[in-house]
Design a protein around this ligand. Structure first.
Ligand SMILES: Nc1nc2c(c(=O)[nH]1)N=C(CO)CN2
Length: 171
């Protein structure tokens, strides 16, 4: 099982809003060679972490089944980010699209891409959508369930993250 986190908080240069960018990127990921069984969470609306005056984010998690080498998958994610107008600047800068490899078949490794994603267990905007597509998931390094990790977060962080209403769809 492959889990990818998607995030966006800037319109693309052509005006495409973050929610549409996330839906289109998820569709393209599901179409990568060798991938099947795609399941996309709802789109979540979340306050920027760390708190800042950046726009709120649209976040989602995509679950895929398929064989992939971590490095090749990372390259594919970065190529997709570039195609969706991502300009790499400061680490937490606003972005048109951010794709994070969260988990690849439970691998634990400390070479890029570091797996599982080193901050995923601290982020409500990752864990809440992840729980929708992989409710039985456990953190590969700690063994903690997604429910336990979510419950361990401060309540204000969980509250800063809610499903988008209404849920946008691609035309
Ligand atoms: N709510 C939210 N905050 C963020 C996000 C994100 O996807 N959602 N991504 C970041 C850079 O990885 C920094 N902060």
């Amino acid at each position: 099982m492959i889990l990818v986190g998607l995030g966006a908080n800037l319109r693309m240069a052509d005006g495409t809003p973050p929610a549409v960018t996330v839906l289109r990127a998820a569709a393209e990921l599901a179409d990568l060679p060798g991938m099947r069984g795609a399941a996309l969470s709802r789109l979540w609306d979340s306050a920027p972490v760390p708190p800042s005056d950046q726009p709120r984010y649209v976040n989602a998690v995509l679950r895929l089944e398929g064989r992939a080498e971590p490095e090749a998958l990372l390259s594919a994610l970065q190529a997709l980010e570039s195609r969706f107008g991502r300009v790499r600047s400061a680490p937490n800068a606003a972005r048109t699209l951010d794709l994070d490899l969260l988990d690849l078949d439970g691998l634990v490794r400390d070479q890029p891409p570091v797996l599982p994603h080193p901050r995923m267990h601290l982020r409500a905007f990752v864990l809440a959508p992840l729980a929708e597509v992989a409710p039985g998931w456990r953190h590969p390094a700690s063994g903690l369930s997604v429910e336990a990790l979510l419950a361990a977060l401060p309540e204000p962080e969980r509250a800063a993250c809610r499903p988008l209403e209404p849920q946008p769809r691609l035309a």
